[in-house]
Write a protein that binds this ligand. Structure first.
Ligand SMILES: Nc1ncnc2c1ncn2[C@@H]1O[C@H](COP(=O)(O)OP(=O)(O)O)[C@@H](O)[C@H]1O
Ligand SMILES: [Mg+2]
Length: 260
């Protein structure tokens, strides 16, 4: 199969990038694929720590599958030019070294960094988790506040720029998905309005939007053990109806990604 590079990105923290990156990586491992993971948010290191916790837990349970993980750090050069060149080299060499993997799952930070933009330009698929709120939507489509006198542009603009960057480099395309995460269980007018607006915007901004995961406490509990919803049978996490529903949500995501 041709390799798929999947990037989780959103300029806002706390939307579920690291959690969902981990869940997607483990789902793919369970399906028998060769999976590598990259933490572009290595400074914060949530994804890396999640995997370290998993490695610890797996010492008692060899059935727990571990992806090949690589954190990557931003160049610290003072010169913008040198920094950008170093970042690009560092990242493209890393991707090149992982060419034997079926999937590369990449987690990025909740703020705009040079390395994160480069990672986006290597994506076949970008998944942007957002909470069910107009504030989150606003942050994706509207320009962010002026930083040091420069308007940094919105996340949608970053995706647009990186789509162009990829097309220029190798005529590649990027499938951009906005995924609702931590959805409430109740149907509200706010929710309907939001979905209607997302539907309208999707054509204009070139993304597709999917209903991802409901708000489920279990996600918060899993981090320390490094486990995912898929490890339920092999671990100390007791399965309940909410977990089963969440596994179904994960299956739906794989279907949206055309993973058999
Ligand atoms: N569907 C969900 N239901 C409940 N909690 C969630 C869900 N998805 C993520 N979380 C929790 O939200 C918090 C932020 O998630 P995280 O993956 O670290 O976000 P990000 O990487 O975007 O900053 C974590 O405590 C995580 O456990
Ligand atoms: Mg994170």
């Amino acid at each position: 199969m041709t390799q798929q590079i999947i990037v989780f990105g959103n300029q806002k923290g706390g939307t579920g990038k690291s959690t969902l990156a981990m869940h997607l990586a483990v789902s793919l491992l369970h399906k028998g694929y060769k999976v590598a993971t990259i933490d572009v948010d290595a400074k914060q290191g949530t994804f890396t720590r999640y995997i370290e916790n998993r490695i610890k837990t797996s010492q008692d349970d060899p059935k727990i599958l571990i992806p090949t993980h690589r954190p990557v750090f931003e160049s610290s050069s003072d010169s913008m030019r040198v920094m950008q060149r170093e970042n690009f080299l560092r990242f493209s060499e890393l991707i090149n070294s992982l060419r034997d993997f079926d999937f590369i799952i990449i987690d990025t930070p909740g703020n705009e960094t040079d390395l994160s933009k480069i990672a986006h330009s290597f994506a076949d698929i970008i998944i942007t988790p957002m909470n069910e709120s107009f504030i989150d939507l606003d942050l994706i489509i509207k320009a962010s506040p002026i930083k040091a006198g420069v308007n940094t542009g919105s996340y949608a603009e970053i995706v647009w720029e990186q789509k162009k960057e990829k097309a220029k480099r190798d005529k590649g395309t990027i499938d951009w998905i906005i995924l609702l995460n931590r959805m409430s269980s109740v149907e509200s007018r706010n929710k309907k309005e939001l979905e209607k607006i997302l539907e309208l915007l999707s054509k204009r901004l070139g993304f597709r939007f999917i209903r991802g995961f409901k708000e489920r406490i279990i996600f918060k509990e899993l981090f320390l053990s490094g486990l995912t919803l898929l490890d339920g049978n092999t671990s100390r996490t007791a399965l309940n109806l909410s977990h089963i529903a969440a596994r179904q949500e994960l299956k739906n995501l794989l279907k949206e990604l055309n993973v058999a």
